[in-house]
Design a protein around this ligand. Structure first.
Ligand SMILES: Cc1cc2nc3c(=O)[nH]c(=O)nc-3n(C[C@H](O)[C@H](O)[C@H](O)COP(=O)(O)O)c2cc1C
Ligand code: SF4
Length: 453
């Protein structure tokens, strides 16, 4: 356990030749030897789980997309590089380190699934990463690695929901990031299949022939892990990490630690070790009070930090690993203010298609943002939390439930009138001199996604 660099090994890779020297391209030749079924077997055997937050087994997802033969239509693959989760910077860090392994992983997944068009979806503001991916694609295509598969770059909006996979497909089709009903493996890109309850969308299918176009959406880190798995085999990958969470994970540490940064660890490494290694511990006289793993999972307290950063260990203590983005809050932090900051972020970012989500998050935010010194009615908060995720199209209001619910015991213990810290929960913009800059514009963002002055 501890730091282990499979994806972040060596100095940054800045040319295709440098990537080839490190083994780049060998996975593609190996894939041709193994055949489609052989690659699918190795990926399944590796036990790799999606690094976009939910930890879904990658082999299973690929098998679901492959199922159904030709009758279900065309297949597409999308690399999700929206990276909107607060406290997460690992996808941009990975692309800056080695965009070639992402493109090779993307091409391999498309080859296995028979997809001819693939997409790398990044926020419009990630121009540095977009340029790196574009030149890696150009070099790999010029070298003719997999000539019949196209890679297109997609520039998406800054909204949190852009990263939600059903919203991501809407954006690729030229719409706003509003999650549709069905998951991408059932209702993929450019399908002409009528869908209940949401826009018909664009259609490229032949008239009279209904196709669901199963689409694979995998996170940037997930796809970046594919070349080394195909090259070295699933069994090799399983020799790292834990039985249920094999391999490594690229973690981000931010918040009140001495330093901020990104580093790759074997899965199962204790959270406290990750925070110490990357964050350099806490400033003198300060202790850790809360650690959020993004805004999707119940908060960790100081007594939880020995837990291994694995999907199963985090879930056993009632939390979750998410994207391995740990936001650390010190002992000056008022849990009510922290809950209010998370709730405001989710309320503003909620798209409003599901009334229980938008209205519930709004109500919870207003309850939690009570003026300093005025006690929050936690009974009302608790009641409102029980309905906020009713009839929801996506997981965002469940995140509200999970995070705010987990802070209730600390809120009950906290005294009113604690000093406010002006906490901001938002996405990371960049890393310089061991500190992240956060998106300060979030403070002006209104719940209709416009900005105040
Ligand atoms: C509100 C919301 C925002 C999300 N944002 C991202 C994101 O920025 N990047 C990402 O990879 N996944 C994000 N996800 C998860 C995706 O929907 C999807 O599960 C993931 O891209 C699948 O890839 P994986 O199987 O490799 O993890 C988000 C989910 C939700 C509910
Ligand atoms: S659950 Fe919330 S964020 Fe998700 S689609 Fe519905 S309103 Fe939008």
């Amino acid at each position: 356990m501890g730091v282990h660099r499979l994806l972040l090994d060596g100095p940054p890779v800045t040319s295709l030749d440098a990537y080839i020297e490190r083994g780049g391209g060998r996975a593609i030749s190996k894939a041709r030897e193994l055949g489609v079924g052989g690659v699918l077997d190795e990926v399944t055997l590796s036990g790799l789980r999606g690094r976009g937050g939910a930890g879904f087994p990658v082999g299973l997802k690929w098998q679901a997309i492959a199922a159904g033969g030709d009758g279900v239509g065309e297949r597409f693959v999308v690399a999700n590089g929206a990276e909107g989760e607060p406290g997460t910077f690992k996808d941009r860090f990975l692309i800056r380190h080695n965009p070639y392994q992402l493109v090779e992983g993307l091409l391999l997944s498309a080859w296995v699934l028979g997809a001819r068009r693939t997409f790398v979806a990044l926020k419009r503001s990630f121009s540095r990463e977009a340029a790196l991916v574009a030149s890696a694609v150009e070099e790999i295509q010029a070298a003719g690695w997999v000539p019949d598969i196209a890679v297109e770059l997609v520039s998406g909006p800054d909204e949190y929901l852009f990263g939600e996979e059903k919203a991501l497909l809407e954006v690729i089709e030229g719409e706003d990031p509003l999650p549709r009903m069905l998951p991408p493996y059932l209702y993929g890109l450019f399908t002409n299949n009528p869908q209940m309850g949401w826009s018909a969308g664009s259609s490229t299918g032949a008239v009279g022939q209904v196709a669901s176009n199963p689409t694979l959406v995998n996170n940037v880190e997930t796809l970046s892990a594919i070349p080394s798995i195909v090259r070295n085999g699933g069994e090799w990958y399983r020799s790292f990490g834990t039985a249920e969470s094999p391999g490594t994970i690229v973690c981000t540490v931010s918040g009140d630690t001495r330093r901020h940064g990104v580093e790759e660890f074997e899965l199962g490494t204790p959270v406290v070790e990750i925070i110490e290694t990357v964050g350099g511990g806490m400033p003198h006289g300060r202790d850790v009070a809360f650690v959020l793993s993004g805004v999707s999972n119940p908060v960790l307290g100081p007594d939880d930090l020995e837990v291994g950063a694995s999907y199963e260990a985090m879930s056993e203590i009632g939390s979750g690993l998410g994207t391995g983005g740990f936001i650390v809050f010190d002992d000056r932090t008022d849990p009510v203010e922290l809950a209010a900051a998370v709730s405001r972020f989710l309320y503003v970012e909620s798209c409003g298609q599901c009334p229980a989500c938008k209205l519930g998050c709004e109500h919870l935010t207003s309850l939690l943002e009570s003026p300093s010194g005025v006690a929050v009615d936690l009974g009302v908060v608790s009641g409102r939390l029980s309905t906020v995720a009713d009839a929801s199209r996506c997981y965002l209001p469940t995140q509200e439930q999970r995070v705010i619910q987990s802070l209730l015991p600390s809120m009950r213990r906290s005294r009113t009138g604690a000093e406010r810290r002006d906490l901001l929960i938002t996405k990371i913009v960049d890393l310089a001199d061991d500190r992240f800059t956060l998106d300060a514009r979030q403070r002006q963002k209104r719940p209709d996604w416009t900005y105040g002055s």
